[in-house]
Design a protein around this ligand. Structure first.
Ligand SMILES: N[C@@H](CCOP(=O)(O)O)C(=O)O
Length: 433
């Protein structure tokens, strides 16, 4: 399969080139030339398949031409060593719990898949060291750092905005050492993302180092996120609730919802999507006005969604031929203040005893407010509430139990390097390596 750039000014790439480069030479995002529909028989009996079996079918449609079947199967099965259960919260609203992986956030799926696929390409080609640059507003950093920890031939640099991620999130990527380096940037997530993208475009740097990205701009990070939409559908089908499924996705950089849109293009019977924003509501405003106006992100309690210029908007436009009408017919939007998020966590916990995290709360509330009669709503519960311990405990006024996996991260000592948001400083640092 070949990959083209959303900016259409760069040569098409092989899968390996797209994964190893991350971003196209014209600063566009790579898109697969074909989105294959999966056969009706697959959907007809999908509820009989395991998560790993379903994911392998989806992975095969994208990567099967370029990765030997046994290798791809191994990558998928190793990646998905945890479950993604669908849990009913209230009425027709279900939570797709994406926080049962090693770092307790949905990014574990893409992070682990990409680490394994990149590792495969490095071994196959005997490549020199690949340096992964990743910008995080909270969850990507930990998933990528943990997914790549100890992978030979790869060094990961995590760029994160100083003081704008939760304490536990920070611990998850600053305490690992080995092939993981954390850079604490005096700026916002958007500054971190801009530093990373500028590095990919810099000729001198790219002659000095082999660089790639592990944000959802990388096809190997973002496409695997489609796996769990199919699995959610299978779980709905098992309980006879698969008609009129609506997926509601807490959205920041828009990689997660874009993976769901790919699923729909592959024939997954999804009625519609809702993108739930926090106050960084650039996409919501786009739906209202037809104008895309990126702006500096503001800090919220749903910090992983604090993105002011969502990278994957380019892919959404590409998927729908830049038609605002077509996009709006598949996706609606919502936006919530911190106050509304707090209110939702509290009320839902009091009513149902289900504890939402601040991101999931945006998704849940959007369904509560927008679900039509006859529709079944699934919101993506993107991270475990304990990752936002202080926030969540202060909202519900109770102690939250910290899963053992998280406790382990909290014991380590934070190690990070300070970095300004000036590209010249970042470049100098990378050149000194
Ligand atoms: N929400 C992210 C921001 C980066 O998103 P990505 O999906 O492009 O990696 C985070 O938690 O870091």
């Amino acid at each position: 399969m070949k990959y083209y750039s959303t900016n259409r000014q760069a040569p098409v790439a092989t899968l390996e080139e797209a994964v190893v480069k991350g971003l196209a030479a014209d600063k566009g995002l790579f898109m697969p030339e074909a989105i294959k529909s999966l056969p009706q028989e697959f959907y007809g009996s999908i509820e009989q398949l395991s998560f790993q079996e379903i994911a392998y079918h989806v992975a095969d449609a994208f990567f099967g031409e370029d990765v030997p079947a046994e290798t791809l199967k191994q990558i998928v099965y190793d990646t998905l060593s945890f479950d993604v259960p669908l849990v009913r919260v209230k009425d027709a609203i279900y939570s797709l719990e994406l926080f049962h992986g090693p770092t307790l956030a949905f990014k574990d799926v893409g992070g682990r898949f990409m680490a394994r696929l990149l590792g495969h390409f490095i071994r196959k080609e005997g490549k020199k060291q690949v340096n992964v640059l990743v910008a995080t507003s909270g969850d990507t950093g930990s998933a990528v750092a943990n997914g790549f920890l100890g992978v030979e031939g790869i060094h990961v640099y995590v760029l994160y905005p100083k003081g704008k991620v939760s304490e536990i999130q920070e611990k998850q990527f600053t305490t690992l050492g080995r092939n993981i380096t954390a850079l604490e940037v005096d700026g916002t997530f958007d500054d971190c993302q801009a530093l990373v993208k500028s590095a990919f475009m810099d000729k001198e740097l790219n002659e000095h180092l082999q660089l790639t990205s592990a944000n959802s701009i990388n096809v190997a990070r973002f496409l695997p996120q489609a796996f769990y939409y199919f699995y959610a559908y299978a779980q709905l089908k098992k309980i006879g609730k698969a008609e009129n499924a609506v997926f509601c996705v807490p959205s920041g950089n828009f990689g997660n919802i874009t993976a769901g849109l790919f699923g729909k293009k592959m024939g997954l019977p999804v009625k519609r999507f809702i993108a739930a924003n926090n106050k960084n509501d650039i996409f919501y405003q786009y739906l209202l006005t037809g104008l895309y106006n990126p702006r500096p992100s503001v800090a919220t309690i749903a910090n992983a969604m604090d993105v002011g210029d969502p990278s994957n908007f380019a892919r959404v436009l590409d998927l729908y031929d830049a038609s605002h009408a077509a996009i709006s017919s598949d996706i609606s939007g919502t936006t919530y203040t911190d106050e509304q998020i707090r209110e939702t966590v509290k009320k839902t916990y009091q009513e149902t005893r289900y504890l939402l995290d601040p991101h999931g709360a945006c998704g849940y509330r959007a369904l509560e407010e927008n679900l039509q009669p006859g529709e079944i709503g699934v919101f993506l519960e993107t991270a475990h509430p304990a990752k936002f311990l202080d926030t969540v405990e202060s909202i519900i006024g109770e102690e939250v139990e910290i899963p053992v996996k998280l406790q382990a991260f909290m014991k380590g000592e934070k190690k990070s390097l300070p970095m300004t948001k000036e590209f010249a400083d970042f470049k100098q640092y990378l050149l000194s390596l």
